[in-house]
Design a protein around this ligand. Structure first.
Ligand code: ADP
Ligand code: MG
Length: 709
């Protein structure tokens, strides 16, 4: 535990620890190095069965007091350090043992203790630190306690425990307040001084509980009414907590001293009540140190930007929680079970229970036993992290010099020797402090709410102001508007009245003009009406006449229609007749063409005849042109008394044209014959000559030669 002071002392140096976290928070990168420097194996003389045994490094077994916590991750090996302190002879011993040598002899430079067995034989034991009767309280603190306290400040659990027979100086070592002489201050006071010197009151906290364990009952020395405090073990971390214990925050040394005094007073009162001595009970001081890791707390005024500020303010601070347990154990001497010292057998059993359970656990741990009976007593449950757990543990065994108590002293030494073999795995108790973050955020939230409310208030005031201003403006605008409207209305009314007046005047003028014009128009209209009437009557009469005419025409039309019908039938008849005539005409034309050809032939013959006659004698008919005539004559002679065929034949032979041309012949006789032929032809009723006879008739009448009779 201690190596004689200076930098080389056996306890780990403050800044030479390296640990791992036991929390789920991200592990922190500690610049600390391991220097657990386990002590040399306990040295024993040749008679000791443990001679040469090496404490070595020991891993926490599942059954260790701190097994639960050690399971998470391997910590740094940290063997339990043991110092032995010898109390100087007191007045009584100086008298009683005046003729006897002390039962122990210390060799502090060799860290050895020699226990006198008899005048010629001693057992030698080596400890981490050997503190003589001249060792000052300061030195004891520095070698036995300070490394543990520093570990606590760095976030490790720590235990400082005093074990020894009643009256050997446990309370003197641990609990002396040093009121009469500050040099006498014990470990508790000095530890608190160091702690308070290190923490920052604004961001760190130091909370203290002070308890007494007597007959397996845990009493609150800061609140005597709280006399049965239960122990709660957290299954995951293996941490032990006492939710029922009073926790007092310590801000200065004076208040801590007050608290220790109060606790001592309550302890005395409780022991008087229980009719026992303080030596029969265990006193436990628990100091919870929570420190915020520097450099991880949120920056305040020096923030550069809002986002950085926000990110930082939302990052939970990293805190280290170290718990220092200072245990002033009950006297290690066995309570007499015979009841000779006033205790019943059951009481003696109960009083001894915790201490003997602690011894058993330490034995088990020292021997690396599979089973460590942690749960056998409240003390072992409370100290499960101190032996085989994650705490840095320092044990001070106190011995007296008197040979009369040699047995107890030997027992104490053996306890210390076994405790030296217990290896803890130190673990840093570091975590993100979400509660503090929540608190900080709450504060920020409150500030923001206040700010918001302030702004809201200002905003409301501003709104009210703007509203009032707006109202004023609106009413002013309304007034202006009303005025303007009224003005406009008056103007328009005036304009309207003027317009009306003008219109009335115009109307009056128009009325006058219209009167004259109307008279003229009336005369004109009357004239026009008279004229129109005249025209109308004329038109009426004309219309009447027209109507009569129409009626007339209608009757005429009816007559015409009738005559048209008659005419149509007549026309049909005539058409029929015309068709017949056409047919006849075609026939006659055929006959005429035949007659013409005959006539031509006859003419030719006549011409021939005449020529012959001219050449031959008079008996002959004078020729030339008479040839047709003679032909006609002969024909007529041949025909006798009117044979139809002869005339027709003649007509056919001579031809109509020839006959007609004879009608105009110079020879009257010829003309007469021709007329006769034609007349005969007509008389024969030749249809072709029915119309033609008229022509001949007229021709002859004109010529005066024709007489049908
Ligand atoms: P314990 O608590 O072990 O029963 P105490 O601490 O009460 O023993 O000590 C018993 C007596 O011895 C006390 O009067 C105390 O002042 C005295 N004493 C103990 N250790 C020393 C020491 N190292 N130097 C001087 N006096 C001591
Ligand atoms: Mg005591």
């Amino acid at each position: 535990m201690a190596s004689g002071g200076g930098n080389n002392r056996n306890g780990t140096h403050r800044n030479s620890l390296k640990g791992t976290t036991t929390t789920s928070a991200a592990s922190t990168d500690k610049p600390l190095s391991v220097n657990s420097n386990p002590s040399k194996p306990a040295f024993k003389n040749k008679s000791s069965p443990l001679t040469g045994a090496s404490s070595g490094l020991r891993k926490s077994s599942p059954g260790s007091l701190g097994g639960g916590a050690a399971k998470d991750d391997a910590g740094v090996p940290g063997r339990v350090r043991v110092a032995v302190r010898l109390r100087p002879r007191n007045a009584e011993e100086s008298v009683a043992d005046a003729d006897f040598a002390d039962c122990v002899e210390l060799q502090p430079e060799l860290k050895r203790l020699k226990l006198r067995k008899n005048n010629w034989d001693t057992d030698t034991y080596e400890f981490d630190e050997v503190l003589t009767e001249f060792a000052s309280q300061k030195r004891v603190y520095e070698v036995a306690a300070k490394p543990v306290v520093e570990g606590v400040l760095d976030g490790y659990n720590g235990t400082i425990m005093a074990y020894g027979q009643t009256g050997t100086g446990k309370t003197y070592t641990l609990g002396r307040l040093g009121e009469e002489d500050t040099a006498n201050r014990g470990i508790m006071v000095r530890a608190m001084e160091d702690i308070l010197a290190e923490v920052s009151p604004e961001i760190d906290s130091v909370l203290v509980s002070y308890l007494q364990l007597y007959m397996e009952s845990l009493q609150d020395l800061l609140d005597p009414t709280n006399d049965n405090i239960s122990i709660v073990e957290e299954p995951k971390s293996g941490d032990v907590s006492l939710p029922g214990a009073t926790l007092v925050e310590i801000r200065d040394q004076q208040s801590f001293l007050e608290l220790l005094r109060l606790g001592e007073a309550h302890r005395h009162a409780a022991n008087t009540k229980l009719n026992t001595e303080s030596s029969r009970s265990h006193a436990l001081l628990m100091v919870h140190v929570k420190r915020t890791v520097k450099g991880r707390e949120p920056a305040h005024s020096s923030d550069n930007g809002n986002s950085t500020s926000m990110a930082r303010s939302l990052r939970p601070p990293l805190v280290r929680k170290g718990k220092l347990v200072v245990v002033d154990l009950a006297g290690s001497e066995r309570i007499d079970k015979s009841g000779s010292d006033g205790h019943t057998r059951e009481e003696a059993k109960s009083i001894n229970l915790s201490l003997s359970a602690l011894g058993k656990c330490i034995n088990a741990l020292a021997e690396n036993s599979a089973h460590v009976p942690v749960r056998d007593s409240k003390l072992t449950r409370l100290l499960r992290d101190s032996f085989g757990g994650t705490a840095r543990t320092s044990l001070v065994i106190t011995v007296g010099p008197s040979p009369r108590h040699r047995g107890e002293t030997a027992s104490t030494i053996m306890f210390g020797q076994r405790a030296m073999k217990v290896e803890n795995m130190l673990k840093l108790k570091e975590e993100f402090d979400y509660k503090s973050l929540a608190r900080r955020l709450d504060i920020q939230l409150d500030k923001l709410i206040m700010e918001h409310e302030r702004k809201q208030k200002a905003f409301e005031v501003e709104i009210e102001r703007i509203t009032a201003e707006a109202q004023n403006r609106i009413s002013e605008a309304e007034r202006n508007y009303a005025d303007a409207v009224e003005k406009e209305r008056l103007k328009y009314q005036k304009d309207y009245m003027e317009s009306i007046k003008k219109l009335e005047e115009k109307w009056m003028m128009n009325q006058q003009n219209q009167g004259n014009e109307r008279k003229e128009q009336m005369v004109h209209i009357a004239e026009e009406v008279a004229e129109v009437k005249k025209l109308l009557s004329k038109e009426t009469s004309l219309r009447k006449a027209a109507e009569e005419e129409v009626d007339n025409l209608k009757s005429q039309l009816a007559q015409l229609k009738m005559s048209e019908a008659l005419a149509n039938s007549e026309i049909l008849k005539l058409q029929k007749m015309v068709e017949d005539e056409v047919c006849q005409k075609e026939k006659l034309e055929g006959e005429i063409s035949m007659l013409q050809s005959q006539l031509l032939h006859l003419s030719f013959e006549a011409d021939e005849t005449r020529k012959r006659l001219d050449r031959g004698g008079p008996g002959k008919v004078p020729g030339g042109l008479d040839s047709p005539v003679s032909q006609v004559r002969s024909q007529l002679k041949d025909s006798g008394n009117g044979e139809k065929a002869s005339v027709a034949k003649l007509f056919e032979q001579v031809g109509l044209q020839k006959i007609l041309s004879l009608l105009e012949a110079e020879d009257a006789d010829v003309r007469i014959h021709a007329v006769k032929v034609v007349a005969n032809l007509a008389a024969e009723g030749c249809c072709m000559f029915s119309g033609f006879s008229h022509l001949v008739e007229s021709n002859f009448s004109m010529s005066g030669i024709f007489n049908p009779t």
